[in-house]
Design a protein around this ligand. Structure first.
Ligand SMILES: *Cc1c(COP(=O)(O)O)cnc(C)c1O
Length: 366
């Protein structure tokens, strides 16, 4: 670990050719998701000998990597995702970033990467948003998506934890994810593929988990579904999560249920926030095993009244139907549920500064 971190000063090398205000405005008018990036990136390098060093903000651009860098061969990589929101008074805030910092370090542990002290994580984000703050959009539901990531850069083909690593943050303006209208999505049940197994990397936010989810995702899309549901097939078809979002069930009796963290489920910051908002609403909040059979029977009996997915990118998304080749649970054109939408409004309201931040979740960036 590096004792120099409290002294990490970010050198600032400004882009010689940032986008003009007109170019930026054109991008911000319809940013979509993940397609455009701001003019700068924050970087902190690590080497086993000297710890974290050379913190800087530099122009956004390609990374020079040795072709033998371990990230390219063994996938030693982790990432995070959070957003910066512009409030009505022009200030810029992010949501529970200390949770992302802590999770990055849990992922780092699992992937044998060095931990990055929380102050350095927060400062990297602050530095980047400060220099690129014009890129934080102000429209309803819009944000600047922040993507911190850590890669093994050491040039060495031997199989072991790399001794040289780079931590970076890039930022991408994000539009209103659903263009204003919230439509329940259909989800495909993955029977042939698992996302994670016991002792695997399911609880870590690493690129490898996503690589493994792309084939089932193609299968889902071929059947007209937006996302994949992964099950723990060794455990009575316990519901785990979607490829990149956690899952919640609203019961007629006022319970709010999400699968318990099992070691193979990613612990979402949104998940944790929804649990709190559920408690605040006086709901009976439960983290427990919920199987595909319970889902099917609950929808059929009316005990389960709403199902939704949650994650930073899309906040809260109602799930209308769950399906595979043999069955359909729910209905593709079910309306978005009331509880789902109320929790969604409240969460987005806190993030955008229109609902009181009673849990102290917001962190000012600019
Ligand atoms: C990032 C992620 C989530 C959602 O986490 P948030 O912190 O709420 O954005 C859920 N599942 C997986 C697999 C993820 O990678």
């Amino acid at each position: 670990m590096s004792e120099t971190l409290t002294e990490l000063n970010f050198e600032r090398q400004l882009s010689p050719e940032p986008r003009s205000a007109a170019e930026r405005q054109e991008i911000l008018a319809d940013p979509g998701f993940g397609a455009y990036f701001t003019d700068h990136t924050a970087v902190i390098d690590y080497s086993a000998g000297s710890g974290w060093h050379t913190a800087r903000v530099e122009p956004y651009g390609p990374i020079a990597l040795d072709p033998s860098a371990s990230v390219l061969h063994y996938g030693q990589e982790i990432f995070e995702g959070l957003k910066a929101y512009r409030h009505a008074d022009g200030s810029v805030w992010t949501f529970r970033p200390e949770r992302n910092a802590a999770r990055l370090n849990r992922s780092a542990q699992r992937l044998a990467l060095p931990e990055l002290p929380e102050p350095a994580f927060l400062e990297a984000i602050k530095q980047l948003v400060d220099v690129d703050q014009e890129w934080v959009p102000s429209g309803d539901g819009e944000s600047l998506y922040l993507r911190p990531f850590m890669i093994a850069t050491e040039a060495f083909l031997g199989v072991r934890a790399a001794r040289e690593v780079s931590f970076r943050v890039i930022a991408s303006p994000a539009g209103n994810y659903f263009g204003g209208e919230i439509k329940p999505v259909s989800i495909w049940i993955s029977r042939n593929y698992a996302r994670a197994g016991r002792g695997g990397t399911g609880a870590a936010k690493c690129g490898g988990n996503y690589a493994a989810s792309l084939l089932p995702q193609l299968e889902a899309e071929a059947h007209g579904c937006k996302q994949v549901l992964f099950l723990d097939q060794d455990n009575g078809n316990a519901v785990e999560e979607l490829g990149g979002m956690n899952v919640f069930f609203v019961f007629r009796d006022g319970s709010l249920v999400t699968p318990a963290l099992s070691g193979s489920i990613l612990e979402g910051v949104t998940r944790d926030s929804v649990l709190q908002l559920g408690r605040d609403r006086g709901m009976n909040v439960q983290e427990r095993t919920i199987t595909l059979d319970e889902w099917r029977d609950g929808v059929a009996s009316g005990d389960i009244t709403e199902v939704f997915a949650c994650g930073t990118a899309a906040a809260i998304t109602p799930i209308g139907m769950l399906m595979d080749e043999t069955e359909k649970i729910g209905s593709a054109d079910a309306p978005a549920g009331e509880v789902t939408m109320a929790i969604r409004e409240e969460l987005l309201g806190i993030q955008s500064g229109t609902v009181a931040d009673r849990h102290g979740w917001l962190h000012r960036l600019a």
